[in-house]
Design a protein around this ligand. Structure first.
Ligand code: PLP
Length: 373
């Protein structure tokens, strides 16, 4: 039996969402066309937009569809920077543990004339409100802090952070890719979401833009998405996204995921693994740890062979794992930051399977330690 414990990377497409997409995979349906096929596609896109808006409790017109969570976050940061007409607001603050879709905007923002500062994280990867407070000032245009960290699963105080940004007149963007829809926090001016973390298809996301927020489009062309994001809509993907989001809005598998995660974590902690997050709020399906002395690349390759799909959560470049920028921001050494392991459970998690996976993980770690692998 294989154990897929990498739901924070992507979730399988929900069969019912696939069914809902099928009618839209064939027809000649361009949602911008005036003929009846086009109008039918427009109606499908509109009802997907309505469903996402209802999931988070915003207005229909406040949702802009994008090709991914990455594109949504890029639009939030770069679009706000482009639309800003106040030269006195030339600083942007980003959490040090943000996903690369936020952090890698920095060089472009700097080229646009902005000073970009990172808000330091605590030992468990959370952005402490006091740290944001120290950096905030009336020269800050935008603050970007994620709702929950994709590597560690640690949950930030999004409401409090958004309120702090608002009190200094700054816009607030939060990356809700890991929290949407069940653990979504509705706060701030801009919120990014992604479909494939919630059992929808990959390659589709959305940005909530609070009505009245000044933002310039980054993708220019045919005027789709009310001139905010040009490009012919992928109707099938939007239908699948809305279907899956709606399904999980009404079905919370948090207690099953939590029970499985806790069972695996308890076993691993008894066998020399160290948990990264020990206190405070954490996503129910996430367990992030290190096995001191074993780098994650080695561990993940052996785990894969043993039938466990896990992750380090860190980026892989040129075929080798970089030290995790998240763990470095938490104060770990580069060696320790190469030891991160992330096990993330999904809706079908069971304690029995989690215990079986734990046995395999412990066996692999012990073999590596004994030099048998
Ligand atoms: N933000 C976070 C926190 C993520 O975990 C991810 C995906 O791993 C993204 C953004 C990017 O989303 P997408 O894969 O839809 O581009």
């Amino acid at each position: 039996m294989r154990h897929y414990l990498d739901h924070a990377a992507t979730t399988p497409l929900l069969p019912e969402s696939r069914e809902a997409m099928l009618p839209w995979l064939g027809p000649e349906a361009n949602a911008s066309s005036l003929h009846s096929e086009g109008r039918a596609a427009r109606a499908a896109v509109d009802s997907a937009r309505q469903a996402i808006a209802e999931c988070i409790g915003c207005l229909f017109g406040e949702i802009v569809f994008t090709s991914s969570g990455t594109e949504a976050a890029n639009l939030a940061l770069i679009g706000s920077a482009l639309a800003n007409s106040n030269p006195g607001r030339n600083r942007i603050l980003v959490g040090a543990t943000e996903h690369h879709c936020v952090l890698h905007c920095t060089p472009l923002l700097q080229r646009l004339g902005y000073l970009v500062d990172e808000v330091p994280a605590d030992r468990e990867s959370r952005i402490v409100p006091g740290a944001l407070c120290k950096l905030l000032g009336d020269d800050v245009l935008l603050v970007s802090v994620m709702q929950a960290n994709n590597e560690t699963g640690a949950v930030n105080e999004t409401r409090e952070l958004a309120a702090m940004a608002a009190s200094s007149g700054a816009l607030f963007h939060s990356d809700a890719v890991q929290t949407f829809p069940q653990r979504f926090v509705f706060a701030g001016d801009l919120v990014s979401m992604s479909s494939h973390k919630t059992y929808g298809p990959a390659g589709v996301g959305a940005l909530y833009i609070r009505a009245g927020t000044k933002i310039s489009p980054v993708s220019l062309g045919g005027g789709q998405e009310r001139d905010m994001r040009a490009g012919t809509e992928n109707v099938a993907a939007l239908v699948g996204f809305a279907h899956a989001a709606n399904h999980f809005r009404n079905n919370d598998f948090g207690s099953e995921m939590r029970a499985a995660r806790d069972a695996l974590a308890a076993e691993l902690l008894l066998h020399g693994f160290e948990a990264t997050v020990r206190h405070g709020p954490i996503l129910p399906g996430h367990f992030h740890c290190r096995c001191p002395g074993i780098d994650s690349e080695r561990m993940l390759i052996r785990l894969d062979r043993a039938g466990v799909s896990a992750s380090s959560g860190a980026a892989c470049s040129s075929g080798s794992l970089e030290p995790s920028h998240v763990l470095l921001a938490c104060g770990y050494t580069p060696k320790e930051a190469r030891e991160g392991l992330r096990f993330s459970f999904g809706k079908d998690a069971t304690v029995e399977a989690a215990l079986d996976a734990a046995r395999l993980v412990i066996d692999v770690a012990e073999r590596i330690k004994r030099g048998r692998h």
